[in-house]
Design a protein around this ligand. Structure first.
Ligand code: PMP
Length: 397
């Protein structure tokens, strides 16, 4: 099968998420993927922060193969070892008592958090402008991006969106009627927007004072992405609810809603559930991810490679780069002009996969196992990519 035949076929049969061209890929190993013509690409997108251990990591392959050969699925009528062990591990990593609900995606993890909030007896939620929490109806109501919401109004619940990073605005919006405040520790889809220091701690204090839940959406930032198991651990705060997905399954679909303290008891039996949530095979994959992060010292490694990438990009002093922001291996290259889609295309042409999160920012979310030599390859190739974009843009564009 050739690339071109795949391109023609998907456009006729798959509903299109983004309306942009898609590169057909056939194989991956580590941080490299190949197309059908055998062209290799250095993958700094990582399935949008999903392929934590890169592609075809032996630990994930082994865990999945072993589990599916033994017991592939049991439903929630029964219980198997992997989801129990995974829940125990996640709660231990959070470092305090809690309970876990397994689902199949980030949006579903947020939906469960939405329902936990409802069980406080309150219906008002607060979320951040520019935030992204998923595309199902509840998650979309929380997503602070009007263009994604408009076609689907009315959306469930009463949600106040406040500017991200502004503690005073948050304080003014949260009242005794507020069920929960939903925040990303770093806004990923919005272009890797990092709040000022102390913002999450202020959110913790504000929600506690109002008797509202603090829900941190760590779907993108969790599971080692920022060099911590959970990004909020860098702030030393204790949210009531944490949502995870993406990197947790190392490429397999899984989401998790972690609830701590009294929030862990708000959903009672019969109030929520899903057929596939806690599937033993995806939980076995997730356990392999956690084991490997631990065994290979990937949290420290992510801090180091992230720092090298950030400082390396800054040191290029390219006129198209305004600044670089992020934490660990979630990096936003903020451009001086809204040319991120062009940078994405030029990078792809040069054998590098990056993501135009928003027009003004290029996002990097590579596998956590990204090697030093791969970082240097990227830093060597990037100036040529940026120069291509600068040269090809038309005057006044
Ligand atoms: N929350 C955050 C912070 C996300 O980044 C995403 C996905 N980009 C989601 C929720 C939704 O996850 P999913 O696409 O798996 O539904």
């Amino acid at each position: 099968m050739t690339n071109s035949s795949l391109t023609g076929r998907w456009q006729g049969t798959l509903m299109d998420n983004y309306g942009t061209p898609r590169l057909p890929l056939v194989r991956g190993a580590g941080a490299t993927v190949w197309d059908a013509e055998g062209n290799a690409y250095l993958d700094l997108v990582g399935g949008i922060a999903v392929n934590a251990l890169g592609h075809a990591h032996p630990a994930v392959v082994e865990a999945v193969t072993r589990q599916i050969s033994r017991l592939g699925h049991v439903s929630n009528l029964f219980i198997a070892e992997p989801p129990v062990e995974l829940a125990e591990r996640l709660v231990a990593l959070a470092g305090r008592p809690g309970r876990v609900l397994f689902v199949n995606s980030g949006a579903e993890a947020v939906e469960a958090a939405f329902k936990i909030g409802r069980r406080t007896g309150r219906t008002h939620n607060v979320a951040a402008v520019g935030g992204f929490h998923g595309r199902t109806m509840g998650a979309l109501a929380l997503t602070g991006q009007p263009a994604k919401q408009e076609p689907f109004r009315p959306l469930p619940g009463e949600v106040t969106h406040v500017p991200f990073g502004d503690a005073d605005a948050l304080r003014a919006a949260v009242t005794g009627r507020t069920a929960a405040v939903f925040l990303e520790p770093i806004q990923g889809e919005n272009g890797v927007v990092v709040p000022p220091p102390g913002y999450l701690a202020a959110a913790r204090e504000i929600t506690r004072a109002a008797g509202a839940l603090l829900v941190l959406d760590e779907v993108q930032t969790g599971v080692g992405r920022t060099g911590h198991w959970f990004a909020h651990q860098a702030d030393g705060i204790e949210p009531d609810v944490v949502t995870l997905a993406k990197g947790l399954g190392g490429g397999l679909p899984i989401g998790a809603t972690l609830a701590f303290g009294p929030a862990a008891d708000l959903l009672t039996p019969g109030q929520h559930g899903t057929t596939f949530g806690g599937n033993p095979v995806v939980c076995a994959a997730a356990l392999a991810v956690l084991d490997t992060i631990e065994a290979d010292g990937l949290l420290d490694r992510v801090k180091r490679t992230g720092e090298r990438l950030r400082s390396g990009i800054e040191a290029l002093a390219d006129p198209l780069v305004e600044r670089v922001r992020g934490a660990g291996l979630l990096i936003g290259i903020v451009l001086t002009e809204p040319l991120a889609p062009q940078v994405q295309q030029a990078a792809q042409d040069a054998g590098l996969l990056v993501n135009a999160a928003v027009p003004g920012t290029v996002r990097l979310a590579p596998p956590l196992v990204l090697g030093d030599h791969e970082v240097e390859t990227f830093l060597r190739e990037l100036p040529g990519v940026l120069e291509t974009v600068r040269r090809s843009r038309r005057p006044g564009e």
